[in-house]
Write a protein that binds this ligand. Structure first.
Ligand SMILES: [Fe+2]
Length: 192
């Protein structure tokens, strides 16, 4: 069984020096990537305490006007799936304040085990299905969480100075590819 303690040992390279939280900065030609630890201790839910908020503010100050990409587990807003929203991010208001006026290009998160995209306070966001089980598409039930075995997927994100493109691949889908020919051939596609 993996505990919070063994996780820290296994992922030690993701911890900044002696920090208690698994947060990291990656500086790339496309901007600053910030990986945030949003776990609330002893819970499936999320939280972002003052210690982590201070770290985030310091990184955002360091990034200045440059583009920033955020990667985190819990979404900092309700998604319309009530059972999951019960275990969302505590302190979401403070978190939103920390991001206000910053050049946040995209927010990626997990937790939902469903493909969801949109924007929050003007920040585009993406989450995709899990590589394991999925959360049911249930916008009504509050008291219990339904999950299922819809096909899993993994994502591929292409980022450069002008684009953020997210792909999602259902890698266990067993349907064969069908060769439909040269996609630029207007006639062959039945337009004659
Ligand atoms: Fe989660």
């Amino acid at each position: 069984m993996t505990t919070e303690k063994t996780s820290k040992a296994e992922f030690s390279e993701m911890y900044e020096e002696d920090a208690d939280y698994c947060q990291k900065v990656l500086t790339t030609p496309s901007g600053t990537f910030l990986f945030l630890d949003t776990k609330r201790k002893g819970s499936h839910g999320g939280g972002y305490c003052m210690e982590r908020q201070r770290w985030l503010s310091a990184q955002l100050n360091r990034a200045g006007n440059g583009p920033v990409y955020l990667f985190m587990h819990h979404p900092p807003f309700d998604t319309g799936l009530p059972a999951m929203d019960r275990i969302g991010l505590e302190n979401a208001g403070q978190f939103a304040e920390a991001l206000a006026g910053r050049n946040i290009r995209h927010l990626f998160f997990g937790h939902l085990h469903r493909p969801i995209s949109g924007s929050w306070n003007g920040i585009p966001f993406t989450t995709i299905k899990s590589t394991n089980h999925q959360v049911a598409f249930d916008t009504k039930t509050f008291e219990t969480l339904y999950c299922n075995l819809e096909t899993p997927s993994y994502g591929l994100v292409l980022i450069d100075k002008t684009r953020v493109v997210t792909h999602s691949h259902d890698f266990l889908d067993i349907s064969d590819n069908i060769d439909t020919g040269d996609p630029t051939d207007y006639i062959a596609w039945g337009a004659a």
